[in-house]
Design a protein around this ligand. Structure first.
Ligand SMILES: C[S@@+](CC[C@H](N)C(=O)[O-])C[C@H]1O[C@@H](n2cnc3c(N)ncnc32)[C@H](O)[C@@H]1O
Length: 64
């Protein structure tokens, strides 16, 4: 497997995992918490999948 394919596999697993989590919690009430904001890529995806939910994020490093 090439490095490019390995990257695609990692990103696909990340997207599939977030989508699974979003679908699983969709029927439940409450806020969403993301641990590890980073540059906000996964936060942006969460907002897309759960547009009406309040999403809290934390990170040990505050990026500008
Ligand atoms: C690989 S980045 C992922 C960022 C984001 N979720 C994404 O994929 O776009 C992991 C993030 O988790 C944060 N992090 C790691 N350990 C942490 C901890 N114990 N508490 C808070 N944030 C943490 C890091 O600072 C980093 O920004």
């Amino acid at each position: 497997m090439s490095r490019l394919e390995s990257m695609r596999r990692r990103l696909t697993a990340q997207i599939d995992g977030i989508n699974w989590a979003a679908e699983t919690i969709a029927p439940l009430n409450g806020d969403v918490l993301e641990l590890g904001l980073g540059n906000g890529r996964t936060y942006d995806h969460l907002r897309d999948r759960l547009p009406n939910r309040r999403i809290w994020v934390i990170d040990r490093i505050l990026q500008p």
